[in-house]
Design a protein around this ligand. Sequence first.
Ligand SMILES: NC(=O)C1=CN([C@@H]2O[C@H](COP(=O)(O)OP(=O)(O)OC[C@H]3O[C@@H](n4cnc5c(N)ncnc54)[C@H](OP(=O)(O)O)[C@@H]3O)[C@@H](O)[C@H]2O)C=CC1
Ligand SMILES: O=CC(=O)O
Length: 331
Amino acid sequence: MKPKVFIARPVPPAVEAYIAKYCDYKIWNRQERIPDAVLLEEAKSVDGLLVQNPPITREFLAQVPQVKIISNTSVGYDSFDVEAMKELRVIGTHTPFVLDETVADLVFALMLSAARRVPEMNEFVKQGKWTKDTKPEELFGVDVHHATLGIVGMGRIGEKIVRRAVHGFEMNVLFHATTPKPELEEKYGIRYSPLDELLEKSDFVVLIVPLTESTRRLLGEEQFRRMKPTAYLINAARGAVVDEQALIGALEAGEIAGAALDVFEQEPVDPENPLLRMEQVTAVPHIGSATAKTREAMVMKAAENLVAGVTGGIPENVMKELKELVDTKSK
Ligand SMILES: NC(=O)C1=CN([C@@H]2O[C@H](COP(=O)(O)OP(=O)(O)OC[C@H]3O[C@@H](n4cnc5c(N)ncnc54)[C@H](OP(=O)(O)O)[C@@H]3O)[C@@H](O)[C@H]2O)C=CC1
Ligand SMILES: O=CC(=O)O
């Protein structure tokens, strides 16, 4: 008998066909997000789930004790209670690597947009404000090339950003992570830095860390005060890594020059959020990995992890906090 799985989001036909080869399955094929209560009901009768960042709580897990694996279609898994999963021995997987280059591209798109005021200039031209009387200085931005870039988070995506920054834009790169990375310092000529120093010295600060208890509100009032008044914040991590009220305050007070944001504390972002009214803010709707090719690769990776988990194999991308569950299995 094939294992049973529930696919809690639409997937491309090739992914569905792949899962069908190994599993009996049901699928949530509607574009709107699956309600949590429906996911719970479906989860009660299957061995594995393929999901898109739902809240996976201890309470949820307790009601579906037969579930062996939950495969998430994203790198970040901050909506998962990994401690509860470890205790209850439920494997969790995610989709690292396949989106790294795509996300690094978006970080540069955001950085260049903020520095050269691309969204603002686009509106300026389209609204017919570009006239013979336009003063050249009104259109000035700042240089990205040769500027100092501070990257907070130097993991898979951080390194792809560094490669672009150093080889493409000849930037001077500082980075912060939980541990120094001498091999990357050597390879790219970049430098590990305590967070405060990075904030004080950088022209652009990029956030690309997971959201955890140690990174929640990593940047607040005090940190914005440390930044240069000419500096820009680029957040491609998670909205809650920044204290959004403090960011609004820092932008209003001119403590920093601008921000380019892919992520927000609340998503979709509230249209009334003051950030959206600020000219010096570039905002995009959480599109870090949003190219068709990359999103398909992510869903296929999630399917492969799911199938491995329900057929007795070892999934490739087990969440790092849960690796011991598969290590004991392989012994
Ligand atoms: N906007 C979007 O669409 C996307 C957003 N993301 C977000 O980006 C995050 C990072 O992805 P990825 O590069 O693959 O993850 P990795 O796990 O490869 O890298 C994470 C990095 O963050 C560092 N880090 C963790 N905690 C802290 C801390 N408290 N202070 C400083 N640094 C810290 C880690 O340090 P160390 O190396 O020392 O462990 C590591 O260098 C994801 O978790 C997700 O939230 C990812 C993809 C797309
Ligand atoms: O935000 C996206 C992710 O993959 O994490």
